[in-house]
Design a protein around this ligand. Structure first.
Ligand SMILES: NC(=O)c1ccc[n+]([C@@H]2O[C@H](COP(=O)([O-])OP(=O)(O)OC[C@H]3O[C@@H](n4cnc5c(N)ncnc54)[C@H](O)[C@@H]3O)[C@@H](O)[C@H]2O)c1
Length: 423
């Protein structure tokens, strides 16, 4: 297994934003990879060697890839191990870009179920044993309820959710914090462990499928909780004159008792295609299980209220200076063009709800450059490039990340930054 020549063939059913970069990362370790995706766009990305989303390291791998596409049957025939990162979406209203509706819902599993049925049928037809590795995010109990009744003796199932951040998928896959293997069948776990020994030296944590399902969403929602906490600190600092970064930096030093400093600085709410939606789905599960307290609901409502508070600051400056409002940044984090689950969109939706006219611009997304004029500029994404913008005199810049540097004639409000001490 360690020699290149004896490496197993790897299949992918689903080559979306997670699947394709992971397939490229696996190929970069010397594996032969074949995939199938119902969307014709994937064939186009491979043909043109270009993806529309920003993923560090993926464009270079895409240039030299030999990944082949085939039918489900061809992929099953070719592969010893098949990874399945099919989408488990939520309705748009559960993505965290609008105010939270009253109702809650589980993810939509029909795409994943359809993909599983195809693989099971192909394995049966070919009478071929495969290790099937589901990567998609699901709530605990889903695989037992939705997937296991569909399987046959040829499928050896592993649930392996990945702890990767969109934008750095290749790097995170090749250098993980740990690999989580959820398995109810030891032989399948062994096969996956042997595979990972050829990829990296990362820690492997094995547990049951149900526990693995919960670990994935518990991890993602814990990040949401850290961000809500850091933003609470920021809001207090803004009110009392303490310094948000100084406070969170100190808490981040307490690595023995508390935590790592990641996701622990005040700014915009949690965002992206995973965290807000996982939190909302967990608030549904908390309701279904009649938990004594629905902390996931609290977290999402806190995120909404904190965004509303930022909108209040914009509103107040707008009233004071009678200047137009320009929100800079649409993507959910710096350096990407992904807007899914973006707190910037939530902020803009709240401004719209108040009928506050505004322009929304992101240089990573919009082709047309922004014409700068005296205005209230709110930095909703921490893109480095905003520090190079020459905002006209008389403008106000509101910066929840405290990274924008002073310049003459421009009022800069770095939210949560300590005011100079009075003697
Ligand atoms: N993107 C991430 O960074 C990330 C990180 C961790 C977990 N996840 C989870 O992974 C899963 C996939 O996420 P994504 O962002 O890649 O979604 P995506 O929508 O970008 O990709 C899913 C792909 O599966 C394809 N597909 C759907 N049905 C299929 C079928 N029957 N056969 C073959 N292909 C099929 C789609 O056409 C699409 O290309 C989700 O459950 C998500 O929550 C994603």
């Amino acid at each position: 297994m360690n020699k290149k020549s004896s490496k197993k063939n790897i299949g992918f059913i689903g080559l979306g934003k997670l699947g394709l970069p992971v397939a490229l990362a696996i190929e970069s370790k010397g594996y032969k990879v074949m995939g199938y995706d119902i969307s014709p766009k994937i064939a186009e990305y491979l043909r043109k060697r270009k993806i529309p989303y920003q993923e560090e390291g993926a464009p270079a791998l895409l240039k030299k890839t030999k990944i082949k596409l085939g039918s489900v049957e061809e992929v099953v025939k070719f592969s010893d191990m098949v990874f399945m990162p099919i989408q488990t979406p939520h309705h748009e209203k559960f993505e965290g870009t609008t105010r939270l509706p009253k109702e809650r819902a589980d993810f939509e599993y029909s795409f994943l179920v359809a993909g599983i049925k195809d693989v099971v049928a192909a394995a049966k037809k070919l009478r071929k044993n495969i290790v099937l590795v589901i990567i998609s995010t699901v709530l605990p109990g889903t695989i037992e309820r939705e997937i296991k009744p569909l399987l046959n003796q040829y499928i050896h199932l592993v649930y392996e959710p990945l702890f990767i951040a969109m934008g750095t998928t290749v790097k995170d896959f090749l250098n993980p914090e740990f690999v989580l293997i959820g398995v109810d069948e030891k032989a399948a776990a062994r096969a996956l462990k042997n595979f990972y020994q050829t990829i990296h030296r990362g820690l492997i944590y094995e547990t049951t499928i149900k526990s693995a399902e919960l670990i994935k969403v518990a991890y993602n929602t814990y990040i949401g909780m850290k961000i809500v906490f850091a933003n609470t600190v920021m809001e207090i600092c803004h009110n009392v004159g303490a310094d948000a970064d100084s406070v969170t930096r100190a808490i981040g030093l307490a690595r023995h008792r508390l935590m790592s400093p990641r996701y622990l600085s005040g700014g915009m709410g949690d965002g992206g295609g995973c965290h807000p939606r996982d939190n909302i789905a967990m608030s549904w599960l908390a309701g279904k299980l009649k938990l004594s307290h629905n902390i996931f609901n609290d977290l999402m409502m806190a995120r909404e209220h904190q965004t509303e508070w930022l909108a209040n600051l914009v509103h107040a400056e707008h009233k004071k200076h009678k200047l137009p409002i320009i929100v800079l940044g649409k993507s959910f984090k710096a350096g990407t063009n992904l807007t899914v689950g973006s707190p910037a969109t939530l902020l803009v939706n709240i401004l719209r709800e108040r009928e506050l006219k505004h322009t929304h611009h992101d240089p990573h997304i919009d082709d047309k450059p922004l014409k700068l004029k005296p205005a209230i500029y709110f930095l909703a994404t921490k893109h480095e490039v905003f520090n190079t913008y020459r905002f006209p005199k008389g403008s106000v810049v509101i910066d929840p990340f405290r990274y924008f540097k002073n310049r003459p004639g421009v009022k800069v409000i770095r939210i949560g930054e300590a005011k100079p001490a009075t003697k």
